[in-house]
Design a binder for this molecule. Structure first.
Ligand code: AQP
Length: 332
């Protein structure tokens, strides 16, 4: 089976439904046809300041939500990035073949460093894409499903793989990005031109996977719409309603026109009530399963350790090859 690699940062107590629709639902399908590696990328999360105890908790919670959403730790390799030391080690080697200017062209870094200011911007945030390249290349990955904001990082990964291969001989598989479709992009319910995000300034427009269903229903009922009153997809003119339609379609597997038909001539109130039911029905069981897993952290840690050992075996092979190729003296 071809290899797949993807991951998410443990940057909040709960994932948001953009992470679920844009990533987890696809991962769940892809794990059937790929040898999939799904990682909770805690080393990436510490590129911005974290409270240590809270980070540990968020890491477990993120892993529990992967499993609750249908990622099967017996089929896929579901592990915590920092459990596999090779990530940090390969990142160092790759950083030595990455140009300073090349790294400086990454638009995510430019955006984030502008937002944080020079003093709060760590060197780790700058080298973030190199660590991401190490994540992917360690597993001889064929495809990387990502949002379009990560496309540039996968391009850098490809460049680094090709550069290393041509300098030292064939070592890495050159991965292909698989970019999620626009219809899998979810926007903030209160600000429907901004993507829904774990780190939004206000959470009034964010649907959390682990929210109480009543809270999620309330957020759907309060979602921003428009004054036209008709349930119709038009991303430009009606971003709020269009976003709700996309969520409705993604969670039910229905086509948008069939949902438009169902609510033709009915108000937004009815439509939102319908969507609230869909949301509660989908996330109720996911939430319950995640909380159940979190009730037994020792068992969860055991599963993560088993999977880390699976990941280690593959990663160590690649790293050993890399050390040999670049000329590091083997310890006797
Ligand atoms: N709004 C979204 N719609 C569709 N997909 C989304 N993803 C994130 N938000 C949406 C996808 O979820 C995965 C998570 O990647 P990440 O944790 O590395 O962070 P991110 O993409 O930056 O997501 P967040 O939730 O906005 O996190 P923070 O606030 O921590 O930066 C990716 O596959 C992404 O495409």
């Amino acid at each position: 089976k071809p290899r797949l690699y993807s991951g998410m940062q443990p940057s909040a107590d709960s994932l948001q439904i953009g992470n679920y629709i844009g990533a987890l639902m696809q991962w769940r399908d892809l794990q059937l046809s790929y040898d999939a590696f799904f990682s909770v990328v805690d080393l990436h999360a510490i590129t911005v300041a974290q409270d240590p105890e809270h980070l540990r908790e968020k890491t477990r919670r993120t892993a529990a939500q992967y499993i609750a959403a249908g990622i099967e730790p017996s089929k896929s390799t579901l592990y915590v990035q920092s459990h596999v030391r090779a990530h940090a080690e390969l990142a160092w080697i790759l950083s030595t073949i990455t140009g300073f200017g090349e790294a400086g062209r990454m638009t995510q870094f430019k955006d984030k460093s502008q937002r944080y200011g020079a003093d709060a911007t760590s060197v780790g945030l700058f080298t973030y894409p190199v660590l991401m390249a190490a994540d992917i290349l360690l597993y001889q990955t064929d495809i990387v499903p990502v949002g379009d904001d990560q496309k540039q990082h996968v391009e850098l990964t490809r460049d680094l793989a090709e550069r290393f291969n041509s300098r030292f001989g064939k070592t890495f598989t050159v991965p292909m990005p698989v970019i999620q479709q626009e219809t899998a992009r979810i926007y903030d319910l209160q600000n429907p031109t901004a993507k829904m995000s774990k780190s939004a300034d206000s959470d009034a427009g964010v649907l959390w996977l682990l929210d109480d269903p009543a809270v999620s229903a309330k957020k759907v009922m309060r979602a921003v719409t428009d004054s036209e009153g008709s349930v119709r997809y038009d991303r430009e003119a009606k971003p709020g309603v269009s976003n709700l339609l996309v969520i409705y379609a993604a969670l039910t597997g229905r086509q948008i026109p069939s949902i438009e038909d169902e609510y033709a001539g009915r108000g937004y109130g009815d439509f939102k009530k319908g969507l609230a039911e869909v949301v509660v029905e989908e996330f109720g069981p996911v939430r319950a399963r995640a909380l159940e897993l979190l009730d037994d952290p020792a068992e969860l840690d055991r599963v993560l350790a088993l999977n880390a050992a699976k990941a280690d075996a593959v990663a160590d092979r690649t790293l050993g090859d890399v050390y040999e190729k670049v000329g590091l003296l083997r310890r006797a």
